[in-house]
Design a protein around this ligand. Sequence first.
Ligand code: HEM
Length: 154
Amino acid sequence: MKKISLIILIVFIGFIIAAMTYNFWPSSPVSNSVINTSTPAVTNLPANAPIVNKPTTKPPVNNSTPSSTSKPTPVNATPTLSAAQVATHNQPNDCYLIVNNKVYDVTTYIGRHPGGKKSIYDRCGQESSAIFAAIHSNSAWNLLNKYYVADLSK
Ligand code: HEM
């Protein structure tokens, strides 16, 4: 019984050595050195070595001419709203004002207005340039800029 085990062990070891020598073994260092001798490693190439296996196929050329009718889409174009559109924002919880041809959404400012809520409520959705200019300081004008949403369309 011991003899049979010994023979099986020897055969097994012999098989492994044969496998490594003849590249049956996938990552065997022996097989790499045997098989890859014809292909020098890239790192060993001289700096001026010609590039072998250069791709011969050229990248596809886009011959299609852009359509003359297609216009580029403007990026970051200034939004505009008409007076009629602004007029629909005429509620305390949705309040736009027009001041000097610019549209402001002042809904969130109403509760903080030093001149009271009602003075703004009464003008929601309306042109308010004259009254705003008549009453307010420079700091109020600066504050107004924070609420800008669009230019008024002509
Ligand atoms: C068109 C609507 C508005 C009317 C009729 C109006 C009216 C008034 C009134 C009567 C006062 C008190 C002035 C005083 O007692 O000295 C006032 C103050 C003030 N309002 Fe308005 N307001 C309007 C819109 C706004 C808006 C939209 C803002 C800012 C986003 C604003 C910011 C201020 C500030 C900061 C003050 C304190 C005084 C100043 O710095 O001018 N108001 N407003």
